[in-house]
Design a protein around this ligand. Structure first.
Ligand code: FAD
Length: 464
């Protein structure tokens, strides 16, 4: 079908948030109050921090302040791939922290196991399905990249299965696939919005005071406590945890390390049984291709296909604006790629189209730190893979605020910071040239130009 025709009736809003399950917002903060811990941000990062703070010490008074609605931002509009990796994939972790990779992989799997147990404990219904991720190659050079680390995978005892052309097509039937690698237990599919709402309910049940539509405008440190100003109130806190993602940070220094990158997605109408049978997909894995500009896709509860990725857009100047959530050029491109991948679904139309912002940093995996004499902690920079990793980051923040030395806080990954981005306007120039180079590499059998190779040598890059 012509992509524009297929998109004509698609709602311009995130599929997950367009749900009758979306709860009414909690009240705004009005007046002055105090707490042992204030968590700023009601995405996964803030929600896990508040929840686990209460689990660690039920007697402490915890407040969560969300500027808009719980889960409205990246957390409620992503692909819902809840991954074990803490390092934006094994290759990135191996490149940066080779001596820690076995621990990082183990801690990632433990983190995902704990997510699964927590959801059971609180009865969070977010359609958690631990079906894994199928990485597929659509070009010969991608096959080499997928199979590069098989020895290490075996050594680490990770549950990956290499698949040849016929085996991968027997899982998900696309004429474009040449082979694949199924990471079987290291990834679960979730409904991310229902995960955020469920975590909110769990927080409330444990006694966290959750305020929505309450943006924190400023922080003030008096040397003993931190004051947080909101439009209609204020909180005095002994400790503060920032889970504010890509938004203008309350800690100025973070601006140098994080840039907003827009990622876009579509969902189809629900597939009929006959349409689904044409694709197979009985094991309901998440799927990602192995290009640099990659697509990610998966089935929803009601058998829509969520189809996203490819364009990772940085708007010059680095602003976050509501109008950037829609990009018709990208939606048309994505729809075209969908039909190339699944020609047997040429009659399927799209129901939703949307975009969201990713907090990209130059090492592609979150970084952590403290400020205000150790009274404030932050975790930011998840670069498009934060659905699972935010729980690990929340634990790091709580470890740092408690002053405890733990296995987590001793990791080089946790102690080190990424290389900062240059200031604007150089930042825009560098990022756009890097994006162009990445697209060129995909068109030339993965060959990286001089610029990308120089960035690789410095451990720098651009990703989503
Ligand atoms: C389209 C898209 C697809 C993605 N797909 C995947 C995927 O499949 N798998 C995966 O692992 N990751 C994916 N990601 C990334 C993932 O969604 C994020 O890494 C994760 O949700 C980050 O959570 P967070 O809580 O740090 O940030 P957010 O969800 O952005 O939450 C931050 C919150 O802080 C609030 N806030 C900010 N400043 C203030 C303030 N001053 N006062 C009060 N509140 C404030 C904001 O309102 C917001 O609600 C995707 C992202 C996008 C956009």
């Amino acid at each position: 079908m012509d992509p524009l025709k297929a998109l004509a009736d698609a709602e311009r809003k995130p599929y997950w948030l367009d749900s009758p399950a979306r709860p009414e917002p909690r009240p705004r903060l009005v007046g002055n109050t105090s707490a042992d811990l204030v968590v700023v941000g009601g995405g996964f990062s803030g929600l896990w921090t508040a929840l686990m703070a209460k689990e660690r010490d039920p007697s402490q008074d915890v407040i969560l302040l969300e500027g808009r609605r719980i889960g409205w931002a990246a957390s409620g509009r992503n692909g819902g791939f809840c991954m074990a990796t803490l390092t934006h994939g094994l290759p990135n972790g191996l490149e940066r922290w080779p001596e820690e990779i076995d621990r990082l992989e183990r801690m990632g799997v433990e983190n995902l196991d704990e997510i699964e147990r927590t959801l059971q404990r609180y009865g969070v219904d977010c359609s958690f399905e631990r079906t894994g991720e199928l990485n597929v190659a659509t070009e010969p050079w991608q096959l080499d990249a997928l199979h590069e680390h098989l020895d290490l995978i075996e050594q680490l005892g990770l549950d990956y299965v290499p698949l040849d052309r016929d085996q991968v097509r027997a899982e998900v039937n696309s004429p474009t696939y040449l082979g694949g690698l199924w990471e079987r237990s290291g990834c679960a599919m979730v409904d991310p919005a229902r995960l955020a709402w469920g975590l909110r309910e769990a927080c409330v049940r444990l006694g966290v005071r959750v305020y929505e539509r309450t943006p924190v405008r400023s922080l003030h440190d008096d040397g003993v406590t931190i004051g947080l100003r909101t439009p209609q109130g204020a909180v005095t806190a002994r400790r503060v945890a920032l889970g504010t993602g890509v938004f203008p940070p309350l800690l100025r220094r973070l601006r140098h390390f994080v840039v907003p990158v827009y990622d876009y997605a579509l969902t189809t109408e629900p597939l009929s049984d006959a349409q689904l049978a044409e694709v197979g997909w009985r094991n309901r894995q998440g799927v990602g291709d192995a290009a640099n500009q990659f697509h990610y896709y998966r089935l929803t509860d009601d058998n829509r296909i969520l189809w996203g990725g490819y364009d990772a857009v940085y708007y010059n100047g680095g602003h976050v604006k509501p109008e950037y959530d829609q990009r018709d050029e990208t939606f048309a491109k994505l729809a075209g790629h969908f039909y190339d991948t699944f020609p047997q679904l040429e009659d399927v139309r799209f129901s939703h189209r949307w975009g969201g912002v990713i907090d990209t940093c130059s090492r592609f995996s979150a970084f952590y730190g403290q400020a205000h004499g150790g009274r404030l902690a932050y975790a930011v920079g998840y670069t498009g893979m934060g659905v699972g990793a935010t729980r690990f980051g929340a634990n790091v923040m709580l470890d740092l605020l408690s002053g405890e030395r733990t296995e987590r806080t001793e990791l080089r990954m946790v102690k080190e910071k990424p290389v900062p981005f240059p200031p604007e306007p150089v930042r825009s120039g560098v990022i756009q040239f890097t994006r162009w180079s990445i697209a060129q590499a995909d068109q030339h059998q993965g060959r990286r130009n001089l610029w990308l190779r120089a960035l690789d040598r410095m451990g720098l890059g651009f990703d989503s």
